[in-house]
Design a binder for this molecule. Structure first.
Ligand code: BTN
Length: 264
């Protein structure tokens, strides 16, 4: 599989070390192990199946064999830990581009980093970081892309979809993985240079499913709602409250929900 993926790759450093496993517990776990063994910046582990796929907030990620993309990337950034959450948004931006190229579908972003099509989730991103004495040791960014999956467990069937279901055709997974890595390298390089999101803000906002919509902000200090007005250059979601006040929300601090369902 690695040769097939490489056929579509034109990266300089991302995926120089590329490992493909038919099955593993979680590609994030594999990459974290490699990180502890001093693996290189840009190491990628992809798998055909995961037996313990991990989602955000301690959830699991449904990872049946042979149909989807599960891959994780090791980054060893020089920037401070506070910049790492923005990297997840950079990844979402890159994945939106990869989906558009691979399948020409109307993909949108649900802030901060879920990708949705027709209001259903198509791709999730899980970033894990290790910091020692204020310095990042590693960041692992794991991406799960529902690709050719056609059946979903009941708990998620109303919320999830796949590229195949939306496009009506089988997607070449090797090509998709190559394309994902190409866009991810470009976006990472730009972010490393700029260390803010001003350069992708307009594109990101144009894709934002919450844009102009009412969102519920589940703040530990109290729940409120308002209209989402896009992200700023630091990746914070701007929410206009009913009283006219503008709040800037950082990812990780709060959870934002659509008022009518998963992504609306
Ligand atoms: C989410 O909850 O939205 C994040 C899902 C992330 C899933 C991917 S699949 C590849 C990598 N390995 C994992 O165990 N999780 C991530």
């Amino acid at each position: 599989m690695t040769e097939e993926i490489r056929r579509w790759m034109n990266t300089e450093w991302l995926g120089k070390e590329l490992i493909y496993k038919e099955s593993t517990d979680s590609t994030n776990t594999r990459v974290k192990e490699l990180a502890a063994e001093s693996a290189l910046h840009g190491t990628v582990v992809a798998a055909g199946a995961q037996t313990d796929g991990k989602g955000r907030r301690g959830r699991s990620w449904v990872s049946p064999p042979g149909v989807n993309v599960y891959l994780s990337v090791l980054f060893r950034p020089e920037f401070p830990p506070a910049r790492a959450p923005m990297l997840t948004m950079v990844t979402a931006y890159a994945m939106a581009q990869a989906i558009q190229e691979a399948a020409e579908l109307p993909v949108q972003i649900k802030w901060p980093n879920d990708l949705v099509i027709h209001g259903k989730k198509i791709c999730g991103i899980l970033t894990e970081m290790s910091v020692t004495e204020g310095r990042i040791q590693y960041v692992v960014t794991g991406i799960g892309m529902n690709t050719n999956m056609t059946e979903f467990p009941q708990e998620i069937e109303d919320m999830a979809t796949s590229l195949r279901l939306i496009s009506g055709r089988e997607i070449d997974r090797a090509r998709l993985m190559g394309t994902m890595l190409n866009y991810l390298e470009k976006a990472y390089d730009r972010y490393e240079q700029e260390q803010n999101l001003e350069w992708l803000q307009d594109t990101y906002n144009a894709l934002l499913v919450n844009y102009g919509k009412e969102v519920r902000v589940l703040d530990p200090g109290g729940e409120y709602s308002g209209a989402a007005e896009g992200i700023d250059g630091e990746g914070r979601l701007l929410v206009r409250k009913k009283d006219g006040g503008l709040i800037r929300i950082s990812s990780g601090e709060v959870s934002v929900r659509g008022v009518y369902g998963y992504a609306e």
